[in-house]
Design a protein around this ligand. Sequence first.
Ligand code: F6P
Length: 521
Amino acid sequence: MALQNINPTTTKSWQELSNHFNEIKDINIKDLCKESKRKEDFSIQFNDLLVDFSKHRITKETISLLVNLAKEVGLKEAIESQFSGEIINVTEGRAVLHTALRSSTDDSILIDGKDIKPKIQKALRKIKSFSNKVISGKWKGYTGKSITDVVNIGIGGSDLGPDMVVESLKFYKNQLNTHFVSNVDGDHVSEVIRNLNPETTLFVIVSKTFTTQETISNAETIKNWFLKSATIFDIPKHFVAVSTNLEAVDSFGIDKNNVFPMWNWVGGRFSLWSAVGLSISLSVGFDNYKALLEGAEEMDIHFRNEDFENNIPVVLALISIWYNNFYQAETEAVLPYSQYLSKLPSYLQQAIMESNGKGVDRNGHKIDYQTGTIVWGSTGTNMQHAFMQLVHQGTKLIPADFIGYKESLHGLTDHHKKLMANYYGQMDALAFGKTKEEVHLELKVSGNQDKINQLLPFKVFEGNRPSNAILFDKLTPNSLGKLIALYEHKIFTQGILWNIYSYDQFGVELGKELAKKLLNK
Ligand SMILES: O=P(O)(O)OC[C@H]1O[C@](O)(CO)[C@@H](O)[C@@H]1O
């Protein structure tokens, strides 16, 4: 079934949402949270994940109208189209099947009449056996030494996903040290290789096209550096590739046995579940990599089957549309309360902004409503001492996702108590603020009676600032898989509702072309 290309603003549900918005736009989260059962009614528990979306300017009717909108534009059918491998990436003529990469069922998924599942299984076996050899030390470098360092050379989706996951799962890492080279800035590659020993370093060149300027330049520079101490016959022991472009990989000198597949039905920014995740498997071992995939699959099943009202990615996507299209909020913050997730915001910037930063709809018409949100963020509590002033008291409305974990990994419970007190404290401060009366009393009690008139306006917090509490039991490969898949499905849902194509990225091309022209001048 093809996607229904409906301009959301022309639907009955949109009209109803607009009327509803005019009626409730001045409601206050503080008042809403006084309702009994508010938390119960506005939260969803799914395995080890609890999402609390009670601190929003929404009522039950808001959710029900947003769900109507999702139904009216054919979200259910669109989800099925994606999972079953239809060509939903129409502008590139491709299916979108990152979900197939983590599917453990025997159901076949056909592309051009052929089941892709056996290919996926074969690639996973290859990742497993290669990772095991390198981690166990059986894979030897050109002087007979085991590998100590892995360098992932890629950019965009061929870098951000693996880099973010390797950092997030650092707790689970083995003895290998993993590095990432992405920028065409020569200082980046120089900085990474200057402390490396070519005898014990493995380079994983990740490029779907194997033509990307940054990646190929970095790979060539590294090859030249490597050849200062080794010969071209040593390349197979130190260079492997993940790509669809076998010819280009071959002419680089990489042994065809050391090429891991990529497929054009997996978009770059959704590719960490494919062999693009090789550096993840090398860093934390195949079993942990598999657990990451399993967590994502759990979220896939939830997204595909759950009613929209109880469907975490759908509900979060709808609430975000509520702020983006009705309150005209322009940005969203992603605020993980785990230092391990420091790279999540920049990973999500590509996933979200490259996918939904589109101004033309699926009918080819220029859009006159808001689409993709601007995403930014950093880890708590560091960001509390950086940008949170603006989020609390600035003039902009910034809905925020607070991602937290009930348990810490290293067991410093005292630290974790403080971290989580901040996690909840920030959300409460945003939602409930501090009234004039409270500030008045506070100044009085602290002996600043004479300064009340002078200081009062500056110390008031309006509150009514929305947030989601996304709380997992613990940061594990499985829970990280769920979290990433959650955002992937949120992106898809929003793309369907905004009537845009989320899986192309023509917007990155023009700048690249112009840079090429300038270079050839
Ligand atoms: O894997 P490749 O082909 O080197 O492309 C890298 C990245 O470039 C883009 O095409 C554009 O930024 C991304 O979608 C992709 O992840």
